[in-house]
Ligand binder design. Structure first.
Ligand code: ATP
Length: 141
């Protein structure tokens, strides 16, 4: 499996945006979501899609998740599913686990269990917008 393969778990607004942008950038992306209609909507846009509960260890093993270079956990409201999934990914040996947090406490737990990068979408976007407002010549990053 090539180094540029990504998996995105949870295809809500954030996850689907990350996944589609990675495809635009030329990478192969597997999208996973437990909601079948979400998966159907994304099936033409991503390299592969799977409709499944990502906190199911057997499922993660069966799709060979440990071979993916980077897995993004973009599950939001279901904090338990987010934490369980991130922990399984780390235990199964995924090289880089990135996870979205909805609150500082959620983020703290993700960090403590070993997630490589925790993202706070609203907070991070706020910082980015503020920087762009004071430095309009800054390239979009
Ligand atoms: P966003 O703001 O990115 O739209 P959100 O923070 O509101 O998302 P949710 O809508 O709760 O977060 O979750 C994002 C997606 O993750 C949903 O499409 C949901 O079906 C999916 N999801 C939630 N739990 C699991 C799980 N255990 N396994 C797979 N997918 C899941």
């Amino acid at each position: 499996m090539r180094e540029t393969q990504f998996a995105v778990i949870g295809l809500g607004r954030f996850g689907s945006s990350v996944a589609q942008e990675l495809v635009q950038l030329g990478h192969e992306v597997l999208g996973i979501d437990r909601n079948e209609s979400v998966v159907n909507d994304m099936s033409e846009l991503l390299t592969h899609v799977v409709a499944a509960d990502a906190s199911d260890e057997d499922m993660l093993r069966s799709i060979g998740i440990r071979n993916f270079h980077c897995v993004v956990v973009a599950i939001g409201d279901d904090i338990q599913a987010s934490i369980l999934t991130a922990l399984l990914l780390i235990e199964l040996g995924v090289e880089k686990v990135v996870a979205k947090a909805l609150s500082p406490l959620h983020g703290k737990v993700l960090q403590k269990i070993g997630v490589n990068r925790v993202i706070y979408p609203e907070r991070d976007m706020g910082v980015r917008v503020a920087n762009q407002l004071v430095s309009p010549n800054l390239l979009d990053y």
